[in-house]
Design a protein around this ligand. Structure first.
Ligand code: SAH
Ligand code: SF4
Length: 385
């Protein structure tokens, strides 16, 4: 028996081809795609405008399945995090961050990550495997319709869209899982699927230079680049990939990307590490470094985890650092860390892979973190600029 096809793995063109193989016209693919991605249908029986014979055919050859949910937690600030089983003991996380005028979903693209940045707990896990298209788009599919079910909002285009923005900032380096990531991006942008604007879909990379160029040609979405350092020596020590693609090459790639990008700036992420990369001198060096690249800065207070041996910069230091950038005319925001009470903050998206749903252990771990890093650990860092 041949394996069933997971229709979540197919992009619009592949779905047309698939329907063709079944002897169906291209418009059937469009209908099917709407059922799946706009109505969240997982059962062919519910697709009432498809002929019964087609529904029966599909039921014997295909399925619509996203990764199984291991746990589902909502934080006190409304952040909701799902831990998803991607097989062989691997789990990834998807995080929904509600804000006043938008809902952002943070998606994972790999189980683990080979880049192994010093400050990232995903990296510490090592690389397990690339996610498939169905596992990547399945996170959006699952989250959108779970959120609607929770709120009692109807599926379909008439129901209020819950996820308006997607950021590929979960586990993994998206540009090292290029093809499945781009296929999933195409589905996010497709009008017969999620219809998100390119400006509202952001891919974050640690700086895989050739793939930045490839992305600009194949599917330019908003780009965030994890800079985290103002010179190569410092960056080499934080992001091993920098030895392969040093800052000059990375910044040149950013400039080239802007010719294709849906936004006229690159977002630079900068993780604030106490005593490592957070001095005024670093900020001034950074200003000089990016002077030819239209950009915005997003300073991320480091989310500590015990094995890292690193500490979060103190809030006044983060503010002073931001001030140097702003005085030089760079738009700078400081990210509020959210969902910390459920370990959903940046770089913590690996914490629970081992302990799964064991709430007791998780609470214990939080208590340990708090002892180590102070009562503020796990709280939203409120910084007014
Ligand atoms: N691999 C991609 C996308 C996933 S990481 C990348 O590195 O860009 C998303 C963001 O979280 C990156 O900017 C990353 O550097 C940052 N990050 C990782 N670990 C962190 C931590 N412990 N505290 C704060 N930010 C962290
Ligand atoms: Fe990988 Fe990004 Fe973590 Fe670096 S920060 S190890 S690239 S997920």
């Amino acid at each position: 028996m041949t394996a069933l096809t997971n229709l979540l793995d197919l992009d619009p063109a592949q779905l047309v081809a698939y329907c063709g193989e079944l002897g169906e016209k291209p418009f059937r693919a469009k209908q099917l795609q709407r059922w799946i991605h706009q109505f969240g249908a997982g059962d062919f029986e519910t697709m009432t405008d498809l002929a019964k014979s087609l529904r029966e055919k599909l039921a014997t050859r295909a399925h619509i399945t996203s990764p199984a949910i291991i746990s589902d937690h909502t934080s006190t600030d409304g952040t909701r995090k799902w831990l998803l089983d991607v097989g062989q003991g691997n789990a990834v996380e998807t995080v929904f961050i509600p804000e006043e005028n938008r809902g952002t979903l943070c998606i994972s693209t790999q189980a683990g990550c080979a880049v192994n940045c010093r400050f990232c707990s995903t990296g510490k896990q090592g690389f397990n495997r690339n996610l498939t298209v169905g596992e990547i788009i399945g996170q959006l599919w699952m989250a959108e319709f779970e959120l609607r079910r929770t709120k009692g909002i109807a599926p379909g285009p008439k129901g209020e869209r819950q996820i308006t923005n997607v950021v590929m900032m979960g586990m993994g380096e998206p540009l090292l899982n290029f093809e499945p990531t781009v296929t999933a991006l195409r589905l996010m942008l497709d009008d017969n699927a999620y219809g998100l604007s390119r400006r509202r879909v952001t891919l974050s990379t640690s700086g895989v230079v050739p793939m930045i160029d490839k992305l600009s040609k194949e599917c330019p979405v908003a780009l965030a680049v994890s800079l985290h350092a103002s010179n190569d020596t410092l960056r080499d020590g934080l992001i091993p990939l920098n030895k392969k693609y040093p800052l000059r090459e990375l910044l040149d790639a950013c400039r080239r990307y802007l010719d294709y990008a849906p936004r006229d700036f690159i977002t630079f992420e900068y993780c604030m590490l106490d005593g490592v990369n957070d001095s005024d001198q670093h900020a001034r060096e950074l200003v000089a470094l990016v002077k030819d690249v239209p950009c915005k800065f997003n300073l991320i207070p480091f989310n500590p985890f015990p094995e890292s041996g690193l500490k979060r910069s103190h809030n006044p230091r983060i503010k002073a650092f931001a001030q140097v950038l702003m005085d030089a005319g760079l738009v700078t925001t400081i990210r509020k860390t959210r969902g910390d009470d459920i370990d959903a903050a940046c770089g913590q998206l690996a914490g629970e892979v081992q302990d799964r749903t064991r709430v007791q252990e998780r609470m214990q771990k939080m208590a340990e973190y708090k002892k180590k890093f102070g009562e503020n650990f796990g709280k939203i860092v409120e910084i007014t600029q």
